[in-house]
Write a protein that binds this ligand. Structure first.
Ligand code: HEC
Length: 248
């Protein structure tokens, strides 16, 4: 590639990157999820179906498996999590066609099956809590963690409004730049801050379970494995003493 060609490519790449949302250095908050709590996972599943499944799929998760893992009967699945016409062995697919979504939002909502593992639970938790009002954006909202995200603030009614507080800082060139310093509560929503944290925590816990369904079982199993190992070690110790007692 010629030098000019390289320059054009570099500029084009630069624009492509600028058009996309970008993660900022916004501090992550601890999600404190508990995947061993069935109640939390059940609430999270319900939150996900009501607030996220409209746009996001969980293509590796079938309703039947949720039923098995979260102790829900088929009737409970049908009443709370499934749309009419769906079968229990169907994966959790969003009804939104990805190509349409790309046109509407400029970026398709990603499948969230593995998001808790790829981004981490603290990231997803902080992302969902960091939307704020920004009239300059097409959706009227921006995100402190993922600047210029195209996801709308779908939990605004629950959380209430968050307003940005900017600080002036010196940029690299010495010119002052506006820097997002904090998010402050605006008009209240249906939930207070503590209830909203719980709502988001349950939703993220559900996504954590989805990203590694065996984890919930493994944590419960872990205790028994350790107890077994302790017992086994004790037995082995006495056997050892028994075998060698005449030799020594
Ligand atoms: C109206 C459609 C819509 C709904 C409803 C929605 N999202 Fe999104 N979501 C999007 C789009 C579009 C993106 C892509 C964002 C981007 O690239 O800027 C996205 C991105 C994400 C991401 C990835 C962020 C990243 O770092 O790439 C996560 C996590 C997420 N959504 C979680 C959720 C959860 C959890 C819910 C339910 C509480 C939800 N979303 C509801 C449209 C939606």
């Amino acid at each position: 590639m010629s030098a000019a060609g390289r320059l054009v490519a570099a500029i084009a790449l630069g624009f492509a990157a600028a058009a996309n949302a970008a993660t900022t250095g916004w501090p992550l908050q601890k999600a404190h999820t508990d995947v061993s709590s069935l109640a939390s996972l059940q609430r999270g599943a319900r939150n996900f179906v009501n607030y996220c499944l409209g746009c996001h799929s969980l293509q590796y998760m079938r309703y039947s498996q949720i039923g098995d893992d979260l102790a829900l009967t088929e009737q409970e699945l049908r009443d709370n999590l499934m749309f009419t016409g769906e079968r229990v062995y169907d994966p959790m697919r969003s009804a939104m066609p990805p190509d349409r979504a790309r046109v509407w939002f400029g970026n398709a909502p990603p499948d969230l099956s593995l998001i808790a593992r790829s981004r981490g639970v603290d990231y997803v938790y902080t992302y969902l809590k960091s939307f704020y009002e920004d009239p300059s954006r097409p959706t009227g909202a921006n995100n402190a963690l993922l600047a210029n995200t195209v996801m709308p603030n779908v939990l605004a009614v629950r959380q209430g409004a968050q307003l940005p507080r900017y600080e002036e800082r010196k940029g690299a060139d010495g010119q002052p730049v506006q820097h997002l310093a904090a998010l402050e509560p605006g008009a209240p929503g249906e939930m207070n801050a503590q209830e909203f944290d719980g709502f988001v925590r349950d939703t993220v816990a559900f996504l954590e379970y989805v990203s590694e369904p065996a984890k919930a079982q493994r944590q419960a199993l872990g205790v028994w494995v350790i107890l077994f190992l302790l017992l086994f070690t004790t037995l082995a110790y006495f056997l050892y003493k028994e075998y060698w007692k005449d030799v020594k």
